[in-house]
Design a protein around this ligand. Structure first.
Ligand SMILES: C[S@@+](CC[C@H](N)C(=O)[O-])C[C@H]1O[C@@H](n2cnc3c(N)ncnc32)[C@H](O)[C@@H]1O
Length: 383
């Protein structure tokens, strides 16, 4: 395995994406470029990127986590939160509908791999329009946007032949697509809907999304931009090994896992990652973002909310784990994937009104399934 790690990414056919730069020469990605150089200016912005913690700050965070983990929730109660996990998330979506999470509009900047290579330029062009909350169909001035606009019936969108959702013999929903994306734990569709909007002009892209909370899946399906000819939304528990997917192994180009693995019981995460890795085509990629160790939300837990080390119960019955970079590396490498990116996203979030500073920590990663030896050699020769 050590030898595998030492081989250059190009050997595996891994595509490294050039960093894009702002006009001032600073990279806009990965993970932002607003660096706090002058501490006196800390309250000038709401967020600062790439914050390094001092040793003192790190020790203080460790102490807080140690303190709030002293009391553990009883085992019988822990079993209940595991067996009824989907019900707690269902209640969450009944209460909050689609008003809790924001659309993940940073997706295309941080994860350009979401789209087929030939479509990335188009996506970057539409990126600004999506940020401004318009459909990519806005490039056609004849199309007036309204919340009732359905991409499935939009003439601009349907100019591209969408893959059909039919099933017979070897066929499966999206089987005639050439590029397939799955989002697991899709929630109310805060990634799915922006992806559907960005891909409405791109032929042969098919999107699958699942969540074990049926309320969430219904929210996605009832969104005005949901298009059943380009997307299949279904109820599925990713941690249930026995539950089949509506497509075969090795059929996906991209799997998106955004703030989902942290909700699983730590004992079930490796099995889940192994199963997901099998769904990827050789060369396919998992794009991941989740909570990092000692994030503000971990340190804010009170005594009595700890389930096990770095795993906590929220007041609403949902659970959250806080990962380190090494844990993420080990999880995905053990599933046979190669690390392309694995970064701690450490930010300083600022409440300018209350003059409060909050340290946020997330992990953002990309892991790729190796290409068969013969194919990766061929690709590196033609470079
Ligand atoms: C924090 S939310 C994130 C939702 C979405 N990915 C986003 O970024 O907005 C976590 C989601 O994971 C889902 N989830 C948790 N455990 C799951 C499981 N075992 N199988 C499928 N979905 C799960 C929850 O229902 C919830 O929608």
């Amino acid at each position: 395995m050590r030898l595998l790690k030492r081989l250059p990414a190009s050997f595996w056919g891994i595509i490294r994406f050039s960093q894009r730069f702002q006009s001032n020469g600073r990279p806009t990605a990965p993970l932002g470029s607003r660096i706090l150089l002058d501490p006196d200016k800390v309250f000038d912005h709401n967020m600062w990127d790439h914050m390094q913690w001092s040793q003192e700050e790190e020790e203080r965070a460790k102490d807080k986590a140690r303190e709030n983990s002293l009391v553990r929730i009883q085992p019988e109660l822990q079993d209940k939160y595991e067996s009824e996990a989907s019900q707690y998330w269902n209640e969450f979506y009944k209460t909050h509908r689609n008003n809790f999470f924001k659309d993940r509009n940073w997706l295309f900047l941080e994860f350009p791999e979401i789209l087929p290579e030939e479509a990335r330029v188009h996506c970057m062009e539409v990126d600004t329009r999506i940020r401004e909350d318009n459909c990519c169909c806005e490039n056609n001035p004849a199309i007036k946007m309204s919340s009732a606009h359905n991409v499935g019936s939009c003439s601009d969108c349907s100019a591209a032949t969408p893959p059909s959702v039919k099933q017979s013999g070897d066929e499966f929903p999206g089987s005639d697509a050439t590029y397939r994306i799955l989002e697991v734990g899709c929630g109310a569709g805060n990634s799915v809907i922006p992806i559907l909007r960005a891909t409405c002009n791109i032929p042969r892209v098919f999107l699958y999304c699942c969540d074990f909370a049926s309320e969430a899946v219904e929210l996605v399906k009832s969104h005005p931009f949901f298009d059943p000819s380009r997307c299949l939304a279904f109820v599925h528990d990713v941690s249930d090994d026995a539950s089949p997917y509506p497509f075969p192994d090795q059929s996906l180009d991209i799997i998106l896992i955004i703030f989902v693995l942290a909700s699983l019981h730590p004992d079930r995460i490796q099995g889940t990652v192994n199963r997901l890795a099998r769904l990827l085509k050789p060369g396919g990629m998992i794009l991941f973002r989740d909570y990092g160790r000692y994030d503000l939300s971990q340190l804010r837990f009170k005594k009595g909310a700890c389930l096990s080390e770095n795993f906590y119960l929220r007041k609403n019955g949902t659970r959250v784990y806080f990962f380190t970079k090494d844990e993420i590396h080990n999880l995905f490498s053990s599933a046979g994937l190669i690390e392309v990116q694995n970064e701690m996203d450490q930010r300083l979030q600022v409440n300018r009104k209350k003059k409060m500073k909050m340290y946020r920590v997330w992990i953002q990663s990309k892991f790729q399934k190796p290409l068969p030896m013969s194919q990766s050699k061929q690709e590196s020769c033609s470079m």
